[in-house]
Design a protein around this ligand. Structure first.
Ligand code: SAH
Length: 257
């Protein structure tokens, strides 16, 4: 990093950097993320952070795994936030590493708010989100001028694990030609049902990208009406991104991976 023609900010003791680790491929890390990995005293990371990214943590740094994966017990959010504050108060350089982007369905805002409340200085380093990189690694652009001028990122479940009740399916269906779902694999039947009821064609193309940008990436192309059944019959498992919309057709032209 010494050879860069510009200076990166110093990672100061007692500060927390809230950093997006990207979707998997370590080549998608930002320079700031790499800088943080090389200078942190302690790294607090989630389940979705790729092993190859963790391999970049400097020797001698402490590692704290606060990962949660589909239902298994894990530290509660307030405990994670408290941990960050405690570590920073010990004068450590604290790297909070999250999959994808920390502010997109990553609860990064809650941690940042807790740091602010505790008067702990922090920096946010955005990451490449799986909802853009996953489709890109499958040859699917989330926008294309002839297809859509809007795209919506949607979470497939709320705090209770249900499809969020606050979603206005009719409005979303009408206004956003392309929908990118996170955390949706276990809720595909109600999601397709809602979208079709709201007017999306049952034959609309859908892509499901599992473990995007890793060596284990798989892509399933299907339609809204067949979505839940096809995902079940292929035994697909999270993490997965689900893209709904005509941009999926571009894959036949743009698949490069
Ligand atoms: N902040 C993250 C999202 C966290 S929510 C981001 O910006 O990417 C967790 C969800 O992200 C997973 O359930 C899945 O839908 C998605 N996800 C994260 N990494 C993924 C990957 N490598 N491949 C497919 N989906 C992924």
């Amino acid at each position: 990093m010494e050879s860069l023609p510009f200076a990166l900010p110093e990672f100061l003791p007692g500060h927390v950097w809230l950093v997006g680790a990207g979707p998997g491929d370590p080549g998608l890390l930002s320079l700031l993320a790499l800088h943080a990995l090389r200078h942190a005293d302690v790294v607090v990371y989630d389940a979705l952070v790729d092993r190859r990214v963790l391999d970049l943590i400097r020797d001698g740094a402490e590692r704290v795994d606060v990962g949660k994966r589909g239902g298994t017990p894990s530290p509660k959010q307030p405990e994670i936030s408290d941990k960050l504050v405690t570590l920073a108060r010990r004068g450590l350089r604290v790297l909070r590493l999250k999959g994808g982007d920390p502010f997109l369905f990553g609860r990064g805002s809650e941690e940042a708010a807790a740091l602010r409340a505790a008067e702990t200085p922090f920096r946010v380093v955005p990451g490449i989100t799986s909802g853009i990189a996953g489709p890109a690694y499958a040859g699917i652009p989330v926008t294309s001028r002839d297809v859509n001028s809007a795209v919506t990122f949607i979470t497939g479940h709320d705090g209770d694990g249900d499809v969020p009740r606050s979603l206005d399916w009719a409005a979303i269906s009408r206004a956003s030609p392309v929908l990118v779902f996170y955390m949706a694999l276990r809720r595909l039947a109600p999601i397709s049902r809602e979208l079709i009821a709201a007017g999306r064609p049952a034959s609309q193309p859908v892509a499901v990208i599992c473990e995007a940008t890793t060596e284990r990436q798989t892509v399933l192309e299907t339609t809204l009406e067949r979505l839940a059944e096809d995902v079940a019959s292929h035994g697909l498992k999270p993490p997965a991104i689900v893209v709904v919309g005509d941009v999926v057709r571009l894959r036949s032209l743009l698949d490069w991976h």
